[in-house]
Design a protein around this ligand. Structure first.
Ligand SMILES: NC(=O)c1ccc[n+]([C@@H]2O[C@H](COP(=O)([O-])OP(=O)(O)OC[C@H]3O[C@@H](n4cnc5c(N)ncnc54)[C@H](O)[C@@H]3O)[C@@H](O)[C@H]2O)c1
Length: 336
């Protein structure tokens, strides 16, 4: 299949491009580089040993995107592009609603106009709000804690309405848990701008000495060791989930959790990261952060049964690959 990958130079998009090409699909990337760098393209091309068509376009620019659809015939679209910082979205709600919702509407509108058969949407576990784990796809969605989260809930709603008038379209809504890790080659990975918000990128910066220590927000939760428990998924496993959805979902809207189905605590992650990479992670326990929940992990029965997909990579793999990527490029040559 010929696949349009929006946001294909970003963290998850770039890893999915590799998996798509390794599974004999062809790919066209559209990205405006708002949160990625053009160097990722050459790293991708090195990895897959072929050139990849790329358009630097903002998806909210319908005219420019229409031209991409006129120049290419797509069988499917994987729509990753969007702004993704929960904290920033609270500060800049309009930017988030505009970018994420208008992008999604323009892409799905053109998908219909150009009769594209398959559409895969990046959603998030955040749409479940504060509910008890394991989280199942059948749960009612609760209000999320941020404009970012609301763009995912609304994006899902828009796609469900489209499906009602276009029942042949195969729509996969994929709710990611906590994507981490990097490609084992060390050529692509994630390097967030500024101080990372998420645990694993933060740990990596502390291990490197860029940040002094890790603050652990609370050790009095009702969990195995009192620290927060989350469902971490290696980005390569996550990327493979997209290929499975694209190839297997036929028509209608299908929603799947992409997670490991297991929770890991902050302290467990630190211990494994230190051991696998022979580094030290200085940390301090501080007060709970408002809005954080004790435990969040996926029920992955549906995606296992219907797509035959499950994670194969371990927390050890995630820690090793993140560190490998961090070590391979110093900050001046980082690609993400
Ligand atoms: N990484 C996570 O923890 C996580 C978790 C759940 C869901 N998601 C969702 O998965 C998707 C991919 O996440 P990621 O971690 O790869 O993010 P990322 O920021 O690394 O990649 C997103 C890409 O989209 C591009 N982009 C953003 N707005 C655009 C626009 N208007 N036009 C064209 N390109 C645009 C950015 O430049 C970037 O390259 C996002 O929709 C995100 O919300 C991510």
């Amino acid at each position: 299949m010929n696949i349009l990958v929006t946001g294909g130079l970003g963290f998850i998009g770039s890893h999915t491009v590799v998996e798509l090409i390794e599974n004999s699909h062809t790919v066209v990337i559209v990205d405006n580089l708002i949160n990625s760098k053009i160097e990722v393209l050459s790293h991708l091309e090195t990895l897959v040993k072929q050139s990849i068509p790329f358009y630097q376009i903002d998806l909210t620019d319908e005219e420019a995107l229409t031209q991409v659809f006129e120049e290419n015939k797509f069988d499917g679209i994987i729509h990753f592009a969007g702004l993704k910082s929960v904290g920033e979205s609270v500060e800049k709600p309009i930017e988030y609603y505009l970018n994420n919702l208008v992008s999604t509407m323009v892409v799905i509108k053109l998908a219909q106009e150009f009769s594209v058969g398959k559409f895969v949407f990046s959603s998030s576990a955040t749409v479940y709000g504060d509910q008890d784990s394991p989280l199942r796809e059948t749960l009612d969605l609760k209000e999320t804690t941020s404009p970012y989260g609301e763009t995912k809930t609304m994006g899902e709603r828009i796609l469900k309405d489209i499906a009602k008038i276009n029942p042949k379209l195969a729509i996969s809504i994929l709710r990611y848990f906590n994507p981490v890790g990097a490609h084992p080659s060390g050529l692509i990975g994630e390097n967030p701008n500024g101080i990372p918000n998420n645990l694993m990128p933060y740990i990596t910066k502390v291990a490197k000495g860029d940040l002094k220590q890790l603050d652990i927000f609370g050790d009095d939760y009702d969990t195995i060791d009192g620290t927060g428990v989350r469902d971490y998924i290696h980005v390569v496993d996550l990327a493979k989930g997209h290929v499975a959805a694209l190839e297997l979902v036929e028509s209608g809207v299908h929603t799947y959790n992409l997670g490991s189905g297991k929770g890991t605590s902050v302290l467990e992650i630190i211990i494994i990261f230190q051991k696998v990479n022979s580094v030290k992670i200085p940390y301090k326990i501080v007060r709970r952060r408002s809005g954080d929940i004790a435990t969040c992990f996926a029920d992955v029965t549906k995606v296992n049964d219907e797509l035959g997909w499950k994670t194969t990579l371990t927390i050890e793999d995630m820690c090793r690959d993140m560190w490998n990527f961090e070590m391979k490029f110093d900050n001046s040559t980082r690609v993400l």
